[in-house]
Design a protein around this ligand. Structure first.
Ligand SMILES: [Zn+2]
Length: 367
């Protein structure tokens, strides 16, 4: 079929804006000492009277309301000619920008990023960890549009994410939902690439600590290669394990094709500490299938402005915890004795929890 688009349309500004309807994010991290970043978001042309701009009130993997919007300061909006647009904050994490005519809209703000333990946003002189839910606003009108994320950082920094990368410090994603589930780690870090069963993996470790990078790569390779023992296929081509060796923060979160694991920096070397690390890595990796690829119906499509309610976390979390040691045993990363000790500990903990007599697993896991 011949293209019937008149040339005049192709070269009209409107057509160009539609053809390049990406949402472009830029974040300036060149003055990180005070945990501050500058964010700019360029939305495509819009002809609505009020453009709604949101920052989620929760992040993926933690379905509880968090005061993420409080990190935004000096919010500003302007049209495509640079004219300042009026706006008002209409709810937690919601701004209404008033448009007087069809225009592209650029919003900008300063971000205070100092919540390492929440695994939302943390900026300091050595790195930045950016989970888009607490960093990048979206407009419901453009939530499905492709996005680009450009980072301005010190020359010594390197940037990593589960998102595809077009250039150094430039990531792309199909839409905001992918961006919000693909955190970025940028800064000075240790980095290793490896492959297992035809898939590419990366390990990025921020922070000094008593870890053994070679041992981590060896075991993560064995662990990752065992996925085929449980699942038929992979929901990713590339997967990134991000690790933060911290001064106290600990915890972990699964994402679309990446995970972040935080442990105190000297909690890697002793066998019991190392088992804690590798079990967490296994757990978050399994979530790639179990919660991300297959998830409780009540959770999707995500409503970023309200708490996600489901009573099925017991199956999502319980079965993930069940598989985590299975996978490590199959991979030869833990011994049969370590597997059975772990199982015994779990059974004992359950037997010693009186709440199991009065509360169903569905109630206990509602979140
Ligand atoms: Zn979990």
């Amino acid at each position: 079929m011949k293209l019937a688009v008149p040339l005049i349309l192709i070269f009209s500004p409107f057509f160009l804006s539609q053809a390049h309807a990406d949402v472009n994010y830029r974040i300036d991290l060149t003055q990180p000492q005070h945990h501050l970043a500058k964010v700019e978001v360029a939305f495509p042309r819009s002809d609505v009277k009020q453009l709604t701009v949101n920052l989620p009130v929760w992040r993926t993997g933690k379905y509880q309301v968090l005061p993420l919007g409080d990190a935004v300061r000096h919010f500003r909006a302007e049209d495509e000619s640079g004219k300042v647009l009026e706006w008002q904050r209409s709810a937690s994490g919601e701004w209404q920008v008033k448009l007087t005519q069809p225009t592209k809209v650029k919003v900008s703000y300063q971000l205070y990023a100092n919540s390492l333990g929440q695994r939302v946003s943390h900026v300091d002189g050595s790195h930045a960890y950016l989970d888009a839910s607490g960093v990048f606003v979206y407009s419901p009108d453009f939530r499905d549009q492709p996005v680009t994320v450009s980072l301005k950082v010190s020359d010594a920094w390197r940037s990593y994410s589960g998102m595809a990368s077009e250039d150094t410090h430039l990531f792309i994603a199909d839409n905001y939902d992918v961006l919000v589930d693909s955190p970025i780690e940028t800064g000075v870090s240790q980095h290793r690439a490896f492959s297992a069963d035809g898939r590419d993996y990366e390990l990025v470790v921020w922070g000094e600590g008593n870890y053994d990078l070679d041992k981590m790569v060896e075991d993560l390779t064995r662990l990752s290669g065992q996925a085929k023992a449980i699942w038929d296929g992979y929901p990713f081509e590339r997967y990134v394990y991000m690790v933060h060796a911290t001064s106290g923060a600990s915890g972990a979160t699964e994402h679309l094709n990446s995970s972040v694991i935080q442990r105190p920096r000297f909690s890697f070397r002793e066998r019991k500490d190392y088992l804690g690390f590798i079990k967490t890595a296994s757990h978050e990796f399994i979530h790639t299938w179990n919660v991300k690829a297959y998830r409780p119906k009540g959770l999707v499509p995500y409503d970023y402005q309200q708490e996600g309610i489901t009573e099925l976390l017991w199956i999502a979390e319980g079965s993930t915890s069940y598989f985590q040691s299975q996978l490590l045993l199959r991979a030869g990363v833990i011994t049969p004795k370590e597997f059975l000790d772990d199982l015994a500990r779990r059974i004992t903990r359950n037997e010693q929890t009186p709440g199991r007599e009065v509360q169903s697993v569905a109630e206990a896991s509602a979140g």
